[in-house]
Design a protein around this ligand. Structure first.
Ligand SMILES: Nc1ncnc2c1ncn2[C@@H]1O[C@H](COP(=O)(O)OP(=O)(O)OP(=O)(O)O)[C@@H](O)[C@H]1O
Ligand SMILES: [Mg+2]
Length: 492
């Protein structure tokens, strides 16, 4: 439904686009042709008038010459000279076809003395005639017959141009020599190019629409293919990939979506692993509790020793479960960026608090726990989260260091960061374990066999927390000598 509406919309756009483009080009060409034809029609009578008015002047002077300069014109001789003059005009200009420039000779009252045809004298231009006579200069009139665009929809109609040239008639009387031009030939030229131009425009529009539809059809086909594949991707089938062919935008879109599916895939796998690990870790204390409950039920009534042992074990296992639940909650909360505070605090004070808590927790081991030197080191970040990270690292350092060992937490400023360094003289971490210790539920084989009781969540929580604070965390360790964890947090 939506797809077909997109098709319709694209079709409408392509039709509109081609109509505007081809229409614009056709209109411009029409205007250029019409304008040049109109200027030909304007120039033609001017040229004819300039050449022929001179011929007539010579004619008039010749008849004056016949009389002699000092002689007075008698009415008869004037009449005879005018008749001869008009006869000459008739010989020169003759009967003219309508498409030729038309000639008229008028007297000073604009009464036609001689015309080359019925259409030679144009009405309604007395003003221009008068100014030609008064100024003694050539003037021109244009008689508007239609708009410039009339030729687009019907027969072309261009202006009629008349050129008025003042002349001296035999006997010294002023007169007008007029050339009127009806641009029938130019109109015919425009009319003859209209049908092929129209046909060409329609053809060009069709070609454009077909070409645009073909290319859009190709794009829509690619999009359709993407959609079909994307439809088949669901949470359970994240190994499907879109076809990535082609170095074009659609190919790029497919590559981006594939990247997204890949990340979703990894996340889904991580979550599945996490749930499996979490339930596995939970099942151990649950199994313990159920075992001891059975023991209680069977022998708890008679044997007070068994009873108190079972109760102690149930208490231990339920505490372990509670701790695991607490850790899982911390893990979920650790990557919630929205709850990060940004306050100014003394990093040394926070470090000392974390140290004091670790010392209390592990006091029975008799470790030498050393804190940062006196003095303050201010930073702007989330003090609770910084303390969480330090607690995890100090807890590990104390846990994995044998009695009498040494755990040290130092702080320093480095460029835009505050650096916390937690070192211990403990067991160290085997090289092959180093890349994995920040993963959820990862514990080295050695730690697994030890009775340290961890879940392998501490470092995962610390790492996510440091990421949320835009910091970084690193570790160096030598088996048998100890480990150094370094945390860098921006000073803010
Ligand atoms: N300071 C350390 N010295 C030696 N090994 C360490 C140290 N810190 C971490 N490890 C190793 O890295 C593993 C992962 O540590 P992590 O803190 O994530 O889990 P955990 O301490 O085993 O359990 P939890 O912290 O959830 O109680 C540990 O099991 C241990 O093998
Ligand atoms: Mg730990």
């Amino acid at each position: 439904m939506e797809r077909s509406s997109l098709r319709t919309r694209l079709l409408a756009v392509s039709v509109l686009f081609s109509v505007l483009t081809v229409g614009g080009i056709s209109l411009t060409s029409y205007m250029i042709v019409t304008d040049s034809m109109a200027s030909v029609a304007r120039d033609r009578p001017v040229r004819v008038a300039s050449v022929n008015a001179r011929v007539l002047d010579i004619q008039a002077r010749e008849s004056e010459g016949n009389i002699g300069l000092d002689e007075e014109w008698s009415a008869e001789s004037q009449e005879a000279a005018l008749t001869e003059y008009l006869d000459q005009a008739s010989t020169i200009f003759g009967e003219r076809a309508p498409s030729e420039p038309q000639i008229a000779i008028l007297d000073s009252d604009f009464v036609p003395l001689w015309t080359s045809s019925d259409i030679a004298v144009v009405a309604g231009i007395e003003g221009q005639r008068r100014s030609a006579l008064e100024l003694g200069e050539q003037t021109a009139s244009a008689i508007e017959r239609g708009s410039m665009f009339s030729g687009l929809i019907g027969p072309t109609v261009l202006d009629v141009h008349v050129v008025h040239t003042p002349v001296v008639l035999p006997g010294g009387e002023p007169g007008l020599f007029e050339v009127a031009y009806y641009p029938f030939r130019e109109e015919a030229v425009i009319d003859s190019i209209r049908p092929p131009m129209f046909a060409l425009a329609v053809f060009a529009m069709l070609i454009m629409v077909v070409m645009m539809q073909t290319s859009m059809g190709w794009v829509l086909r690619l999009v359709n293919e993407l959609r079909r594949t994307a439809d088949s991707v669901d949470a359970g089938q994240l190994d499907v990939r879109l076809p990535e062919g082609g170095e074009h935008e659609i190919g790029e879109l497919a590559r981006s979506i594939n990247g997204l599916i890949e990340r979703l895939h990894q996340r889904a796998e991580m979550q599945a692993r996490f749930v499996a690990d979490a339930s596995h870790e939970l099942s151990t204390p649950v199994a313990g509790i159920r075992g001891y409950t059975n023991i209680l039920r069977a022998w708890g009534g008679e044997d007070p020793e068994v009873r108190s042992e079972a109760i102690a074990a149930i208490d231990r296992e339920s505490r372990r479960m509670a701790r695991l639940c607490g850790n899982l909650l911390s893990l979920v909360r650790s990557d919630q960026v929205v709850h990060v505070k940004s306050v100014q605090f003394d990093a040394n004070a926070v470090a000392r608090e974390a140290l004091a808590a670790a010392a209390t927790h592990h006091h029975e081991k008799g470790l030498d726990i050393v804190g940062p030197a006196e003095g303050q080191l201010f930073m702007t970040s989330d003090p609770d989260r910084v303390e969480d990270v330090l607690s995890v690292l100090l807890d590990n350092a104390c846990k994995y260091t044998l009695e009498g060992g040494r755990v040290e937490l130092s702080t320093r400023r480095e460029q835009d960061s505050i650096v916390f360094e937690i070192s211990d003289t403990g067991a160290g971490i085997p090289l092959e374990d180093l890349p994995n210790i920040f993963e959820r539920f990862y514990r080295s084989d050695a730690s697994r066999t030890e009775a340290t009781g961890g879940f392998g969540l501490g470092l995962a929580i610390a790492k996510t927390t440091v990421d949320v604070l835009h910091g970084s965390m690193g570790v160096t360790s030598t088996v048998g000598e100890g480990s150094v964890f370094t945390v860098r947090v921006p000073r803010g």
